[in-house]
Every structure is written in C-alpha cells, then in structure tokens.
Design a protein around this ligand. Structure first.
Ligand SMILES: Cc1cc2nc3c(=O)[nH]c(=O)nc-3n(C[C@H](O)[C@H](O)[C@H](O)COP(=O)(O)OP(=O)(O)OC[C@H]3O[C@@H](n4cnc5c(N)ncnc54)[C@H](O)[C@@H]3O)c2cc1C
Length: 454
C-alpha cells in the first residue's frame, strides 16, 4: 500500500497522542522529531540535583475523554495516586475554599457584604451575554465586589494581560459562574461549597511526575521518536522540512505542535497576511519555583491560589502531597516540596532570586511555611518555561481563522496547546485527543471533534 508519509513535530502530549494512534493502527510511514533531549513538552517532569521531582507548573490529570483515560491506564497501570482536590485561595489574612464566590463566608464581613451586594446587582441585571471582553464579563457575572476582591487581581497575575484586552468566549467550564441564591445561602447557612469543576478528583503518577505518562508512551515506539531535532524551516511547496543540525526530511502531511507563530515564521513563502495574523497571537511565559524542604508536611491540601500582589506566584502546589516519590527516596517523613508558578510577560526578564525571596516571604505570611523553614530549604529549584499560556485576546479567533485553513490547505495540521492556540482546549486530555484525531482525519477523514469544538 502506498502510505502517506506523516511527520510529527514535537514530543509533547499532542505529538505523542498522534504517534500513539499511528502505532495503535499499525501504520508505519511516520516519524516524530523533538527539539529537546526529553519527551513530554510542558507535561514533562524533571529531577533536580537533590532528587526532588518537579513538573513544569502544577499538572493534574483529569479527562473529558474515555480514550485518554484508557491511555493513562495503559501507561501507568497501578502506579498512580487518586487525589481529591482540596484547593484554597489566600486573600489577605483569609483562607477561602475554591471556588472563591461559593465560599464568601471565610472573608472579613465587610468584604462579604461588598461581594454579596455586587453579586446581587449582577444577578438583577440579567446575564453576561452583552459583555464585550473578559473584564466586562467578570463584572456582569460576579459583580464588582468579587471582581475586585479576587477575579481581577488573580486573573491579571495568571494572564499578565489587561483583562479588557481578552475575549470572553474561551471560558466554557473553566470559570465557575455565579448562582446568587446558592452564594447567599452558603453565607447564611455557613455552608462549605467546594466540589465544583471537572478536576474535583484527579490522578497523578506515583513515580516520575506527570512526565511519566509521556516517557512511557515514547517507549512504545523508540525508533520513531528522534530527539535533538529542532525544526527551523518548512518549505510547504516542496513539502520539506529542515532542522537546526542541517538535516532535513520530506512529508506528505505535517502535524506540528510547535507554537503557531513560530511555525509561520519558519515557513518559506508565508505571505504578509499570514505573518500579520501570527503577530496577533499572544502568549506569556512561566517561572517555576520549587522549594524542596527537609521537613515533613502532612496536608490534604493540593494547591493554593494567591490574588494579592505581594506574593509573586499565582499558585503554589503541595507537590509532595501528589506522590511521596516527588521527594528524595519517597521519604515524606523527612522531606516535602512546594512548587510555585509565576507568570511573566514575554518582554520581561524575571529576577529569579528576588522572586524566590518574595515567594518564600509570601508563603511565610500565608502560614504555609514558618520563618525557621528558611533553614530547612534544601533545594531551591527554578525553571523558565517559555510559551506558558496562549492568551485568548480579542484578536485571536480572527487570526486563527486566517492561519489554520491556509496551513491545512498545505497539508499542515497545527495542533496542541500552542499549535491550536486555544486555551480552552489546551489541557493534556485535549492535546492528546487533538493528536489522535488529527491522525484519524488524515487517514479516514473523520472529524476532529476537539479541534473543531466551539
Ligand atoms: C503552568 C501549566 C499548568 C498546566 N496544568 C495542567 C493540568 O493541570 N492538567 C492538564 O491536563 N494540563 C495542564 N497543562 C497543559 C499541558 O501542559 C498541555 O496540555 C500540554 O503539554 C500540551 O501538549 P502539546 O504537545 O500541545 O504542547 P507542548 O507540551 O508544548 O509540547 C510541544 C513539544 O514540541 C516541541 N517543539 C516545539 N517547537 C519545536 C521545533 N521547532 N522543533 C521540534 N520540536 C519542537 C517542544 O520541545 C515540546 O516538546 C498545564 C500547562 C501549563 C503551562
């Protein structure tokens, strides 16, 4: 049979999802090229010099797709932990269970009043359909009290972008919206209400962090995954690609998981219209700060959100709670770890030492660490992660409507967190499925349900 040659760029969840599907179908004419010397992309994990395991930011495994669930079963077998999300928001002196708006009773009375008043007004004014951007949508949905107390400062920290420059269309199930009656009852009846959302339970690999899933996937077809191959040029007319080391390959179909703006930059003959559209895609970067402690921390807590500007991170994860093997020798009697995430804008260079110090001070202020714990920090880990959040700006969808059809016409499927550039389908389950479905589409014409989802 004359099989089309499929080339995959990137060994993250999307590229490996595509590869896994090809392997499953016993299709042979394909290769995967990865720029780095490891697999997993943003979902990889790294062991530091002291033996602590770190993810590239807090990853938890939850899924919307039976195919993905089965794949994770296949990769991990019994070697996983099942966790119940216990997530909190630190606001000033208060600890509020997530989601914030459902647990206002944990706040000082005057903030409770302003949050409830704002939410009542928002409810009376109807819905948020008329809102033109993310900021207005927050105001119309939650009211000004909750917006000022949490939604505005927290989201600005994560996105590093003025919220009025962001669209509202991407949110889907990502942000718990308001049911005013429930919110009021929770305050009056002093009721906890923390079970919301698709990740209220999640899985985590016992060994090796999140990256274990993807390392195990790549082991299924080692001869097909070539690392250390950075794509630098694409000639769509000749269907030829070149790598930084001077080598190259040809393809009939290219499945690229490289950031879409960079892909356009590498494309021979990309016209002004494509380049202009690519320039309208915006992202930010991430600094992962890890604190490996010689101290036992016993907790059921998973991660903590921070809205206050004094602490630079938007989130801190009790990473040793996810698996004992995230600390040296699995010895949680002796060790624990906290992993913090700081977003920064592309034009910024983070001052790592200063951010680490401010983060430690913030964790002490929040009561997550004691002053004496400064002497118990045995590992100060950091990792700069470029291309962290694909920002759903107002111009994003227009840009994508120019770029994606033009690429597909040339046999290029740009898929994945930064290939598709749609945060709303930017998690691991979406990414793996985008890879799987791209292959199905190439081979059988089946619809790409995840990529095409509104
Ligand atoms: C802070 C943070 C927290 C997250 N939390 C969660 C979570 O809790 N749960 C969840 O499900 N998901 C989470 N995610 C999302 C998850 O990381 C992504 O869904 C997933 O990694 C996307 O996979 P991908 O293959 O599309 O892209 P990537 O993971 O970015 O992989 C792309 C791969 O392509 C390679 N590549 C890029 N350019 C080239 C080139 N020119 N040549 C060759 N190779 C190239 C890269 O090196 C990389 O290996 C989180 C992401 C971040 C940043």
């Amino acid at each position: 049979m004359n099989q089309k040659k499929i080339v995959i760029i990137g060994a993250g969840p999307t590229g490996l999802g595509a590869a896994y599907r090809l392997h499953e179908l016993k299709y042979d004419n394909w290769m995967l090229y990865e720029a780095t010397d490891y697999v997993g992309g943003h979902a990889s994990s790294h062991v530091d010099a002291h033996g602590f395991v770190w993810d590239e930011g807090g990853h938890v495994i939850f899924s919307h797709y039976p195919y993905f669930d089965k794949l994770v079963d296949d990769m991990l077998g019994e070697a996983e932990n099942q966790l119940i999300r216990e997530s909190w928001i630190v606001k000033g002196e208060s600890w509020v269970p997530y989601p914030f708006q459902n647990n206002l009773r944990y706040l000082p009375k005057e903030i409770q009043v302003s949050c409830l008043l704002g939410a009542a007004k928002a409810a009376a004014n109807g819905n948020a359909k008329a809102a033109e951007n993310f900021r207005d949508w927050i105001l119309a949905t939650f009211g000004d009290g909750i917006a000022e107390a949490f939604m505005f400062p927290y989201n600005f920290k994560v996105w590093t972008t003025p919220l009025e420059e962001m669209a509202k269309s991407w949110m889907a199930e990502r942000v718990a919206v308001v049911d005013f009656k429930r919110l009021l009852e929770n305050v009056l009846y002093e009721r906890d209400d923390a079970g919301w959302g698709p990740n209220s339970k999640f899985r985590f690999p016992l060994h090796g962090g999140t990256g274990e899933i993807y390392r195990n996937m790549a082991k299924r077809f080692p001869e097909k995954v070539i690392t250390g191959k950075k794509l630098t040029a694409v000639d769509p007319a000749a269907r030829r690609i070149s790598f930084a080391d001077g080598s190259g390959d040809t393809y009939d179909v290219l499945i690229s998981t490289s950031p879409l703006d960079l892909l356009i930059g590498m494309m021979k003959g990309a016209d002004g219209k494509l380049r202009e559209a690519a320039a309208n895609l915006h992202h930010n970067n991430l600094l992962v700060l890890g604190l490996g402690l010689e101290k036992k921390i016993e907790t059921g807590k998973c991660w903590i959100y921070f809205a206050d500007p004094e602490i630079p991170c938007y989130r801190a994860t009790y990473f040793s709670h996810y698996s004992a093997f995230n600390v040296p020798n699995g010895d949680t009697e002796r060790y624990s770890s906290l992993m913090c995430e700081v977003s920064f804008r592309v034009e910024e260079t983070p001052n790592i030492e200063q951010l680490l110090e401010r983060t430690i001070a913030g964790l002490i202020r929040a009561g997550m660490l004691e002053e004496a714990d400064r002497n118990r920090i045995v590992s100060r880990y950091h990792r700069v992660v470029p291309y962290s959040y694909p920002i759903p700006t107002l111009g994003r969808d227009q840009a994508l409507s120019v770029l994606q059809p033009a690429l597909l016409e040339k046999g290029i499927y740009s898929r994945g967190r930064f290939g598709a550039w749609r945060y709303e389908i930017g998690n691991m389950d979406h990414s793996v499925m985008m890879g799987v479905e791209a292959v199905n589409n190439v081979l059988t014409g089946a619809e790409e349900a995840v990529f095409r989802s509104a």
